[in-house]
Design a protein around this ligand. Structure first.
Ligand SMILES: Cc1ncc(COP(=O)(O)O)c(C=O)c1O
Length: 458
């Protein structure tokens, strides 16, 4: 397809799922009933669902066929061995422990290595990663490069770790850090990639302090595609070889197969350390299941195995990243401020820049996300002060950025769906000055964005 302006979807549609078209009046009622929290909406009431790219993608015909091969034996299922081989084909870690999703891998990992007094550095912890680090009693520290905190600034690898900040934290917290984590791509920082050079730098710092490096590998293939596209010397290489290089720099990884596993459920914890793996498997048996299924059906393991073979294909990744860029370009043409350059799985609207009249503690991201739903039935996700503004001691402060993430499910929506999304955002942008902030009327102590209730400010 080189030389063409249009990058077509490298698939055709075999089975369709109708969208229910709703009216503005209906959406206003639904929004109020949901306490203005988009997580509380039944998905039937959403027209274009960009809440998350997690587990929401379409499986291929080969994945559906793989489900039929699924073997549901409690122990030693061939589905597990196919899954394990597919993971090891990409990542050379000694132990591969299946989990029902990424956060289960995080919970197990930090139950083993976390605990009160410990400190875990990451470029940016995803919300569940941070919550699992903190639930163990440890402290989560985000050390992304300064460029990664400035939405308008262009940089090819805005997910990179700040290596001098990492070195400083490791010196100051000597003896308290069990491992260093790098999230690829950096979801909470805009879906921005981490370069191979930066990963090598993190590895060198870890070696200096004798510490293991773990990847949060949810979007490893998208990250590798960006390396292939943007990093000097990487253009002629196969993505699967770049993935192998990324893994070889690490001692382990957590993974949500709901992203670059191209599956609707699943995940894993992979690692080299035998003693940690033993402890992890013991915890797995306690809460997830036997180590050859880890909370998944055999058929899920087969769907993931097939998904891993498909996700590193260049035609898929070219389309995937290009279709996300397409949305970003449309929004920029309409004058909408977004995190630049666009990430792999999502476009992030800069709600703080769009709604400067709404202070962070009145949640501009929430105001924008609810307005998009009301305007056109588009569901995005606030990634800002609602998600990150509440610390474990109950204090509230503005998050680094107030964004709304429009996450694009894999192989699910067409270009005209995306044209509609651009139009909806454009319309909301035109009446941005009229939007009002929110106050929280009810919230849990942690991960409040999932279940908090809001009231619009007069
Ligand atoms: C970077 C990152 N880490 C971890 C997770 C958690 O994965 P899961 O939703 O499968 O528990 C996610 C999910 O969105 C993520 O984006």
């Amino acid at each position: 397809m080189h030389g063409f302006r249009t990058i077509i979807e490298p698939f055709r549609i075999k089975s369709v799922e109708p969208l229910r078209l709703t009216s503005r009046e209906e959406r206003a009622r639904r929004l109020q009933a949901a306490g203005y929290n988009l997580f509380a909406l039944p998905s039937d009431d959403v027209m274009i669902d960009l809440l998350t790219d997690s587990g929401t993608g379409a499986m291929s015909a080969e994945q559906w066929a793989a489900l039929q091969r699924g073997d549901e034996s409690y122990a030693g299922s061939p589905s597990f061995y196919r899954f394990e081989a597919a993971v090891k084909d990409l990542f050379a870690f000694t132990h591969v422990i299946p989990t029902h999703q990424g956060r289960a891998a995080e919970k197990i990992l930090f139950s083993v290595v976390g605990g009160p007094g410990k400190v875990v550095p990451n470029n940016t912890h995803f919300d569940t990663t941070r919550a699992n680090v903190e639930a163990s009693g440890a402290k989560a520290v985000d050390l992304v490069i300064a460029e990664g905190r400035r939405p308008e600034l262009k940089h090819p690898f805005k997910g990179n770790m700040d290596l001098s900040a990492l070195e400083r934290v490791l010196s100051e917290e000597r003896g308290k850090v069990p491992l260093v984590m790098v999230t690829v791509t950096n979801n909470s920082g805009g879906g921005q990639p981490v370069s191979l050079e930066n990963l090598k730098g993190v590895r060198a710092v870890c070696d200096k302090f004798g510490l293991p490096l773990f990847l949060d590998g949810c979007r490893f293939a998208e990250n590798a595609w960006f390396i292939h596209e943007r990093e000097p010397g990487q253009q002629g290489r196969q993505v699967r070889d770049i993935v192998r290089d990324m893994g070889d720099l690490a001692d382990g990884m957590t993974m949500s197969a709901k992203k670059d596993g191209l599956a609707n459920i699943g995940g894993w914890l992979a690692l080299d350390d035998d003693a940690w793996a033993q402890q992890a498997r013991n915890l797995l048996i306690l809460t997830e299941g036997f180590p050859t299924y880890g909370g998944l059906a055999g058929r899920d393991l087969d769907a993931i195995a097939q998904g891993l073979a498909e996700v590193v294909r260049h035609d898929y990744l070219r389309y995937r990243v290009r279709s996300t860029q397409y949305v970003g370009e449309g929004l920029l043409r309409a004058g909408v401020p977004i995190v630049q350059p666009t990430g792999g799985h999502a476009v992030y609207l800069d709600a703080r820049a769009m709604l400067p009249h709404i202070p962070p503690l009145q949640y501009p991201g929430q105001a924008l996300a609810t307005a998009l739903y009301l305007e056109g039935g588009v569901r995005g996700c606030e990634i800002g002060t609602v998600m990150f503004g509440l610390s474990p001691d109950g204090k509230e402060s503005p998050a680094a950025m107030d964004l709304v993430r429009l996450a694009i499910p894999r192989r699910t929506y067409t270009q005209s769906h995306m044209d509609y999304v651009i139009e909806v955002v454009e319309r909301v942008a035109h009446r941005a000055k009229a939007l009002k902030g929110y106050r929280i009327v009810e919230q849990p102590a942690a991960l409040r964005h999932f279940s908090a209730k809001f009231a619009p400010l007069a």
